[in-house]
Design a binder for this molecule. Structure first.
Ligand code: G16
Length: 542
């Protein structure tokens, strides 16, 4: 085995963000850029020699090239077995499941998730630990440190490995195992949900449309919804994973998946609509002419959690990210079960999941998951909805109104300003931080501010801290939360999160953005968003 040590010099921009490293393809293609980061991951870890590593990606542009480089670096670093999705494809939840099922040391997942693909798009790479969870902050920090001091990486001088056929091959002392990307995951879903009840739904004429956005979930959705559950052929749209997602933006929300939302608002829309993102960990649910807010989806899943036998007697608590509207809090309050508010980033849920403090977690950014695996899981959430519908016989809209009648409605909107200049955006956030205290007691558009603060977090299990996670402006009857995104590949993205609550039934049908308009105007006045960013309106509104 020709193991080579290749000299390299550090790149200064390889700091891990909300979820690993996300960069423009042009950046990742620089000499040794990917190699440096992968070796930095291994340099930050110990005791993996002879152990198993799972590798897979969402199939975006550069996936194949990156996987071949990673295989060679992993062999040279003495991994004993590499488990790789066929053709290099694994959804993030499927990779997480494989890591745990096969007792792997960890996994490398290649995805920039919801970021655009193609030669001018983004690429991403992250490490998941043995519990199938995104690396915690402590490991992310070590990886970042290693990227700053790296001076060589290890690789082997071999031909590219064939990934199109399932089976094993041995290179030196490493076994390379190519696995079916879909079957293990699909079997796991069959253990969790009542596939018979859901397939009866389809037998009785229930219609569904699922948009895979030409991203990783196409093969998963075709097999699960059409083959196993009997949804009619054609249920899954845009089902072939393409390197550029066929020009679609792989982020299922009202802005980027508008073509699909419009379809669900036509008179002949199916009963149920769903879509997932680039790597399959996010999801969006729609009914006939009805959009389900992610925070309501989390609350409805919580409401029915114990009716799914897999979760019976195992409902310990729920966590949501702090910016997520607190619809689920009311469900948990009724059950007298704990609710945790974490910083944005799935990695913050894993300690709670592993300690059985929570069974369910979710975020406003269209991610929900449970202890079934330590990543968010789009198809799992969609199956959860189908199972609820099979149990109750209710429509998506009826399930939402049931929730609101029982607990009141929590209006919510997340608004993202993308492609901002970094310097003025940072100035805006610093100015807000400075004025937080002075805002208390002031009234904007008829709403009084009762509390403000910086969101600092202490992990209740590990004691790890995460400071400065966003700014809270709490009104008597609503909230503004603001922070900067950690998943963009260039410039800055401002995320503004709004919520307000009502128990007045005649307001339940109101459009959320309209219901929140006072708070949106207040945020603009308080922060001067337009003055600092030059933007009249956000790019993404959900
Ligand atoms: C990742 C994280 C999520 C987070 C999202 C957006 O998801 O795992 O917890 O909500 O990024 O983060 P930000 O607001 O910092 O851009 P994904 O689906 O992009 O891997």
């Amino acid at each position: 085995m020709d193991i080579q040590s290749i000299k390299t010099t550090p790149y200064t921009d390889q700091t891990c963000g909300t979820s690993g490293l996300r960069k423009k393809i042009s950046v990742v293609k620089q000499e040794n850029y990917l190699e440096n980061f992968v070796q930095a991951i291994f340099n930050s870890l110990e005791g993996f020699e002879g152990k198993t590593l799972v590798i897979g990606g969402d199939g975006r542009y550069f996936n194949n090239t990156a996987i071949q480089k990673i295989i060679k670096i992993a062999i040279a670093n003495q991994f004993g077995r590499l488990i790789i999705g066929q053709n290099g494809i694994l959804s993030t939840p499927a990779a997480s499941h494989l890591i745990v099922k096969r007792g792997a040391f960890g996994g490398i997942i290649l995805s920039a998730s919801h970021n655009p693909g193609g030669p001018n798009g983004d690429f991403g790479i992250k490490f998941d630990t043995a519990d199938g969870a995104p690396a915690p902050q402590s490991i992310s920090d070590k990886i970042t440190e290693q990227t700053k001091i790296i001076d060589h990486y290890w690789t082997v001088n071999i031909n590219d490995i064939k990934l199109s056929e399932i089976g094993e091959q041995v290179i030196g002392s490493t076994v390379i195992e190519v696995v079916d990307s879909v079957r293990d995951y699909a079997s796991y879903m069959q253990e969790i949900f009542d596939f018979e009840a859901i397939s009866n739904l389809f037998k009785n004429g229930f219609k569904m449309s699922y948009d895979a956005l030409n991203a990783v979930t196409g093969p998963y959705a075709s097999y699960i919804f059409e083959t196993l559950l009997g949804a009619e052929e054609g249920t899954v749209l845009n089902k072939t994973p393409l390197p550029d997602f066929g020009g679609l933006h792989p982020e299922p929300n009202l802005t980027y998946a508008k073509h699909f939302v419009d379809k669900m608002y036509q008179d002949d829309a199916p009963d149920f609509g769903a879509a997932s993102d680039g790597d399959g960990d996010r999801y969006m649910i729609l009914g006939k002419k009805f959009f389900v807010a992610p925070s309501d989806s989390l609350a409805i899943i919580a409401e029915y959690m114990e009716q799914i036998p897999f979760y019976k007697g195992k409902f310990y608590g729920v966590a949501r990210s702090m910016p997520t509207a607190p619809a689920v809090d009311k469900v948990m309050c009724k059950r007298n079960l704990p609710i945790y508010a974490t910083p944005t980033g799935w990695k913050f849920f894993s300690s709670l999941l592993n300690a059985n403090k929570i069974s369910l977690c979710g975020e406003e950014s269209f991610g929900t998951g449970s202890f079934h695996l330590c990543e968010k899981d789009g198809i799992w959430a969609i199956l959860f909805w189908l199972n609820i519908i099979a149990i109750t016989g209710k429509s998506v809209e009826e399930l939402n109104f049931d929730l609101w009648h029982q607990y009141g409605r929590v209006f919510t909107s997340t608004q993202s300003y993308e492609g901002l200049e970094v310097e003025p955006t940072n100035q805006m956030m610093n100015a807000l931080k400075e004025k937080l205290n002075s805002l208390v007691g002031q009234t904007f558009f008829g709403h009084k501010i009762i509390e403000t603060g910086i969101f600092n977090y202490i992990d209740p299990i590990t004691g790890d801290t995460a400071n400065n996670q966003g700014y809270i402006i709490q009104f008597e009857d609503g909230r503004i939360f603001s922070r900067l995104s950690g998943t963009g590949s260039s410039g800055a993205t401002l995320r503004m999160y709004y919520y307000a609550e009502t128990n007045e039934q005649d307001k339940f049908s109101m459009d959320a953005v309209e219901a929140l308009s006072d708070f949106i105007m207040a945020a603009n006045e308080i922060m001067g968003i337009k003055d600092y960013t030059g933007k009249d309106a956000p790019n993404v509104v959900t």
